[in-house]
Design a protein around this ligand. Structure first.
Ligand code: ATP
Ligand code: MG
Length: 308
C-alpha cells in the first residue's frame, strides 16, 4: 500500500524507513509504483444506489481507479479555480446552499480534506462546524438540535467535520443510548435531510474509507513526529480496538441513510491524492448542476459616472 505525504510537510528523518516515504507534495516526486497500477481494479462505485444494503468489504480503501498520481494531483489543482468561481456564484446568488458532511475513523483525513479541497475558496462563504462529544446543554435537547443551528444559510458552503451521524456511530458502539433509541435516528436523519434539501440545501456526504492498516501507519507517523504528536490522543486506541463494530455501524448508517436527497459517497481514502480528487470533482459536478450564475446587474449601471 502506498502511503501518501501529499498534504503534510515532508519528514526527512523518515524517508529512509521505507520506500513508502519517498513521496513529497511540493516537488511531486512520485514513486514508480504509484504512477499507474499494473492491474487496475474493476471500477468501484463512489456513490452506491440509494437505499440499498451496502457491504464495506466490497469497497477497497486503496482504490485509485488506475489513475496516474502526478497527473491527478495536477488535475485537482486545476479544478480549484473553477470551484472558486462556482462558490462565488453560489454566494452572489444567495438562493441555495451546499452542505458537505465528512465522516471517518480517526486519521481518516477529515482535516486533510478541509485543508486541501477548500483551499482556494473564499473563507467568507464557508462555514465549518466540528462536532465533538455533546455538552450538557446539547444533551438536554434532541440530537439534531445542535446540528440544525449549524446548517449553512443560502449562499454558503457548510462543512460538517463529524456530524449528526456520530449519534448512530460512537453512540451505538459505546451503548450511550439503547438500540431502540439510536435505531429510530436513521428515519429522523432522513426526514431532517429531506427538509434541508426541500429548503434549497444540496447535501453531499463523504465517508472517508481507510483501512485499519493505513490507520496504524498514520498513527505511527503521528507518534514519531514531534510536530504531529498533538494530533494523537490515547483515546484513539480504544476506538481503534472496536474497528469491526465501527465498520458495522458505518455500513448500516450508509445503507439506511443513502437517499436521493442526501447521497453518501464511499471515498477510497488510503491515498490522499485520490481522496482529494474525488471530493473536489464531486463538489464541482454538484455545483455545476445547481444552475448557478451571477445575479443580473442593477438597472442603469451603464449611465453611472464615478465622481472624482
Ligand atoms: P477528530 O477526532 O474529529 O479529528 P479531535 O480529536 O480534535 O477531532 P475530539 O475531542 O476527539 O476531537 O472530538 C471528537 C470526538 O467526539 C470523537 O471521538 C467523536 O466520536 C465524539 N463525538 C462527536 N459527536 C458525538 C456524539 N454525538 N456523542 C458522543 N460522542 C461524540
Ligand atoms: Mg479525535
Amino acid at each position: 500500500m502506498t502511503h501518501d505525504k501529499a498534504d503534510k510537510p515532508d519528514h526527512p528523518q523518515k524517508v529512509e524507513k521505507s520506500e513508502k516515504k519517498t513521496e513529497k507534495s511540493d516537488d511531486l516526486q512520485i514513486s514508480d509504483k504509484a504512477e499507474k497500477s499494473e492491474n487496475p481494479l474493476p471500477e468501484q462505485p463512489l456513490r452506491p444506489a440509494p437505499r440499498t444494503k451496502i457491504h464495506l468489504a466490497d469497497y477497497a480503501p486503496d482504490y485509485t481507479g488506475g489513475l496516474n498520481k502526478k497527473k491527478t494531483i495536477e488535475d485537482t489543482e486545476n479544478m480549484h479555480d473553477r470551484l472558486g468561481i462556482l462558490q462565488e456564484m453560489l454566494y452572489a446568488q444567495k438562493k441555495q446552499s451546499v452542505l458537505v458532511v465528512l465522516q471517518a475513523m480517526d486519521a481518516g483525513g477529515k482535516d486533510g480534506v478541509l485543508r486541501k479541497v477548500f483551499t482556494n475558496l473564499n473563507p467568507a462563504g464557508i462555514h465549518i462546524s466540528s462536532f465533538k462529544a455533546p455538552s450538557e446543554e446539547e444533551l438536554a435537547h434532541d440530537f439534531l438540535w445542535r446540528i440544525h443551528k449549524q446548517v449553512p444559510p443560502k449562499g454558503y458552503i457548510g462543512v460538517f467535520n463529524r456530524s449528526h451521524y456520530e449519534d448512530v456511530l460512537v453512540v451505538r458502539v459505546n451503548n450511550i443510548v439503547p438500540p431502540d433509541v439510536w435505531r429510530k435516528r436513521y428515519a429522523h436523519i432522513n426526514a431532517f435531510e429531506q427538509l434541508l434539501a426541500d429548503s434549497g440545501t444540496r447535501i453531499l456526504k463523504f465517508f472517508l474509507h481507510i483501512s485499519k492498516e493505513e490507520q496504524k501507519e498514520r498513527f505511527m507517523d503521528r507518534l514519531q513526529d514531534p510536530n504531529e504528536q498533538w494530533k494523537f490522543s490515547a483515546g484513539d486506541i480504544p476506538v481503534r480496538e472496536k474497528w469491526v463494530d465501527y465498520m458495522q455501524a458505518y455500513e448500516d448508517m450508509i445503507s439506511q441513510c443513502n437517499t436521493e436527497a442526501a447521497p453518501w459517497h464511499i471515498v477510497p481514502a488510503n491515498h490522499k491524492w485520490y481522496r482529494n480528487y474525488v471530493i473536489t470533482r464531486t463538489l464541482i459536478e454538484t455545483l455545476e448542476s445547481m444552475n448557478l450564475s451571477y445575479p443580473p446587474a442593477e438597472k442603469g449601471l451603464e449611465d453611472i459616472k464615478i465622481p472624482d
